[in-house]
Design a protein around this ligand. Structure first.
Ligand code: ZN
Length: 223
């Protein structure tokens, strides 16, 4: 019995040595907010980039390696126009069900590599497909100094019957400084709602920054 307790203690200590938490929002008094878009580059990415360019909005795109391979020029454009690219795996599997850490490593490392070769940047952020993680996922993220990002506002825009009004409400109702809003560029409802979302959040005095910019600005103020 003592042996088991000792093993449990060692295991919990080992786990605590590594970051295994997810960012859901950022503590800040500054009027900053993050728009984030998963699964690109996809149908709709260009439309979003055009809108963000006109409106001078910066966003964070969690892209999938297999789509970066098809549209590397869109990743170059994201970087050139001041957006942040995060890693969202290569094929969008349930990482916690892959069965081996090597399979998880393959998903994450191949996506880092194709983003680096396509857009010339090394992502700092990772968002797990379906937000599914386990200890092995965090181990691989730590190997690459990747931060796991979830969100404080979920729009459920992946649902097939969602309307632009519902996305707008989920993204904006009681939105506040430090929020990270999760959306998908392929969602027609999201693209339809986006001009109104920008107008509404601006009306609340919020400014659009990337997740890493918000982390940097928030920690700079604390010091
Ligand atoms: Zn996804």
């Amino acid at each position: 019995m003592q042996h088991q307790i000792l093993l449990a203690l060692i295991s919990s200590f080992a786990t605590s040595l590594f970051a295994s938490t997810d960012i859901t929002h950022i503590e800040t008094q500054q009027p900053l907010v993050c728009l984030s878009f998963d699964d690109g580059p996809s149908e709709g990415t260009e439309e979003l980039l055009d809108l963000f360019k006109r409106e001078n909005v910066k966003a964070t795109f969690f892209v999938m390696g297999k789509y970066v391979a098809k549209k590397p020029e869109l990743c170059q454009r994201m970087v050139a126009e001041g957006h942040e690219i995060g890693n969202h795996s290569y094929t969008h599997p349930h990482l916690d069900k892959l069965g081996s850490i090597d399979a998880i490593r393959q998903e994450i490392e191949s996506t880092q590599a194709i983003i680096e070769s396509s857009a010339g940047v090394t992502p700092l952020l990772f968002r797990a497909p379906y937000l599914d993680t386990n200890a092995d996922v965090y181990t691989v993220l730590n190997e690459h100094n990747l931060v796991s990002v979830h969100a404080s506002r979920y729009t459920s825009d992946w649902k097939s019957n969602i309307t632009a009004d519902e996305v707008f409400k989920a993204a904006t109702e009681s939105a506040k400084a430090g929020d990270i809003i999760l959306m998908h560029g392929w969602s027609p409802a999201t693209r339809e709602a986006m001009p109104r979302i920008i107008e509404n959040l601006r009306g609340k005095g919020l400014r659009f920054v990337t997740v890493s910019e918000m982390r940097t600005l928030a920690s700079a103020i604390k010091k």
